[in-house]
Design a protein around this ligand. Sequence first.
Ligand SMILES: N[C@@H](CCC(=O)N[C@@H](CS)C(=O)NCC(=O)O)C(=O)O
Length: 150
Amino acid sequence: MTIQIKGAAISTCVRIDYELIFVDVRNGEHKTAEYKEKYQPFGQIPVLIDGDFQVFESRAIARYIADAHGKADNTLYPKDAKKRAIIEQWISVEQSHFKSVEEIVWQLLFLPRWGGQPDAQINVLDEFPNMKAWWETCSARPSCKKVTSS
Ligand SMILES: N[C@@H](CCC(=O)N[C@@H](CS)C(=O)NCC(=O)O)C(=O)O
């Protein structure tokens, strides 16, 4: 059975095959009582559906995909406790401290695709070499290229 993701093509970077079920966020489909009751109580995307199993929250989804559908060596999310702890550490750091990165991703990736004009002040990539390297690594991933070209 194919995994289904309720969301928008641009916001998913998944390394496995899946069926995208488009949610019309611009027209508020995700805020309807039916959507909240059936899929996501906070009225947001993404939601993963795997047969009769459903899970929302992107980090929970990512962990589930890695555990349930990852390759045998599972290099992205290894079972080794220490390796996993370091991954969880950085997932927590991202969730707790990366608000400014969200803004950068919004300005550089999503806003232009929604017809908006990015803030000219967002030039941190040139100011912070590590951030630039991170951005180049992320955007070079096949999954990122796939969703940004669609
Ligand atoms: N904590 C949630 C955040 C989800 C989220 O912010 N989704 C955005 C799109 S990427 C959304 O649904 N925005 C519409 C809204 O909040 O009304 C997660 O990680 O899944």
